[in-house]
Design a protein around this ligand. Structure first.
Ligand code: NAP
Ligand code: F7E
Length: 416
């Protein structure tokens, strides 16, 4: 049985949600960290408006992801105590948050969305005033390959988070943000999509996220929780995973420009997306939890482009002008200057069902939240991603050049 108000002994190091430092979990016991958390909790338990009278503590699931890393930076800048949930991995280096680890006010806890006990332990121990549930199996194409796991995390994982909040007695003190998605509109029934457009999920990922969306609304109604979903359209950045189409393109454009890659293989070039900058979008997540009343919002730019347009612009920023020839699987992107084919279509990147016409209406977010959907333009977004990847590829190339030299020196016995 889970107690809604755990005693201080519950923060014993054997609890699943131990704070991670570079030290082992056992070191946590000696740090006194657990007792500080108990004091904060005691303050919150007696306070109906915890968001106003207790220190602001945010728990971010998916902190190692693109959005989680930007959100952690934003909240630390606002003076929050930030707790990021991480999974055990065979590699300890967490690239996107490496610069935050060890910083004052930033802590890590173990947890997994497929493991209820770890969530109850982490949420019960951290007692956040705001919980951002960003963790997910977030790749749509991969959800066709691992549909059950995608449902486990993206559907039931949301339920587990909400139940952990409820079972630890925090329905009135912890506000919850859920990462919903434009993929819910799927086989779209209207363009642009608003908060009132019917959902028609069109992938295992989207069907799972649909459950997550509705269970958040259910907990809001059933238990009076401040639990809301941001229906976020595609948002990208220099930290975007490398197999999402935008980052795949910007990295390939940079590699091709540096002579490190021959050509780029893509799937559906006609697919249309409403692409924004992730750093702007996490501000909206935060704004949603600062409102007087809980409500869902569409977060988008209202501007739509095709994959083909994104690719052409990315190559232009990398110094390559592309002309398109052919149609369907025969379509190719040709370097106007050299006549070389730099983009080809590969049906292996086609999806069993694809969402092809996404464009969001950010009107409600603009008027209610005061959010600016045009802070970073499409051109600026593509430019910053390409610029980042040009630098990345250049430094990788430089280190490749250094390595043979080093071998040569070692062989000659020059380096001691
Ligand atoms: P991302 O870069 O793929 O990050 C996903 C995060 O979830 C990672 O930190 C990952 O941890 C974590 N995670 C995955 N499975 C987990 C599990 N079982 N337990 C705990 N953590 C787990 O995704 P993102 O682009 O930042 O997106 C954040 C959220 O917004 C996701 O829920 C996504 O579905 C949703 N969303 C994204 C977009 C977009 O355009 N980016 C649009 C709409 C909605 P590891 O690092 O250990 O893998
Ligand atoms: O695909 C097409 C592909 O994988 C975009 C996630 O963050 O946003 C993301 O999901 C489009 C699709 O993102 C390739 O068929 C063409 O139509 O970059 P993507 P996504 O599926 O839109 C939503 C809002 C989320 O919620 C998700 O978590 O591009 N496409 N050629 C390709 N896509 C990929 N990945 N690779 C290609 O080669």
């Amino acid at each position: 049985m889970i107690h809604s108000s755990p005693r201080s002994s519950d923060t014993h190091p054997q609890s699943a949600a131990v704070e991670l430092t570079e030290l082992a979990a056992a070191d946590h016991a000696e740090s006194g960290e657990g007792s500080r958390q108990v004091q904060d909790r005691d303050v919150q338990d007696g306070c109906p408006e915890a968001n106003q009278c207790a220190a602001r503590r945010a728990l971010i699931t998916g902190v190692t992801g693109q959005d989680g890393s930007f959100l952690a930076e934003l909240l630390l800048g606002k003076g929050y105590e930030v707790f990021g949930m991480v999974r055990r991995s065979s590699i300890d280096f967490r690239e996107r948050i490496a610069h935050l680890e060890g910083r004052d006010g930033f802590h890590l806890v173990y947890g997994d969305l497929s493991d209820s006990m770890s969530l109850v332990a982490a949420i019960g121990e951290v007692r956040p005033t705001e919980l951002y549930n960003l963790a997910a199996q977030s790749h749509v194409q991969v959800s066709f390959d691992v549909p059950e796991y995608s449902a486990e995390v993206d559907a039931l994982g949301v339920l587990r988070v909400l139940e952990a909040v409820r079972l630890t007695g925090q329905t009135k003190t912890c506000r919850v943000y859920q990462a919903s998605t434009s993929e819910l509109y799927g086989k779209v029934e209207a363009v642009p999509q608003t908060e009132d457009t019917p959902f028609h999920p069109y992938s295992p990922y989207a069907v799972a996220k649909q459950y997550g969306h509705w269970i958040v609304e259910e907990y809001r109604c059933a238990y009076g929780m401040f639990a809301v979903s941001g229906i976020l359209f595609n948002h990208e950045s220099e930290r975007r995973g490398e197999t999402f189409v935008t980052r795949k393109i910007t990295l390939a454009a940079a590699r091709i420009a540096h002579g490190a890659q021959d050509r780029l293989l893509l799937g559906n070039l006609d697919s249309q997306r409403d692409w924004g900058y992730a750093k702007d979008y996490v501000e909206c997540m935060w704004l949603m939890l600062q409102q007087d009343d809980p409500a869902d919002f569409v977060i988008a730019t209202g501007v739509q482009h095709s994959v083909r347009e994104f690719a052409a612009l990315a190559f232009r920023h990398a110094g390559i002008e592309v002309r398109w020839i052919g149609e369907g699987v025969e379509e190719k992107g040709v370097d106007v200057t050299t006549g070389r084919v730099v983009v080809e279509v590969s049906p292996s990147f086609y999806r069993p069902t694809d969402v092809v016409d996404l464009c969001g209406d950010p009107g409600k977010a603009q008027s209610v939240l005061g959010w600016n959907p045009h802070k970073t333009s499409f051109d600026e977004l593509v430019a910053l991603m390409v610029s980042h990847d040009m630098d990345k590829v250049a430094s990788e190339r430089a280190s490749e050049r250094r390595e043979p030299n080093l071998e040569e020196y070692l062989e000659k016995g020059v380096v001691v």
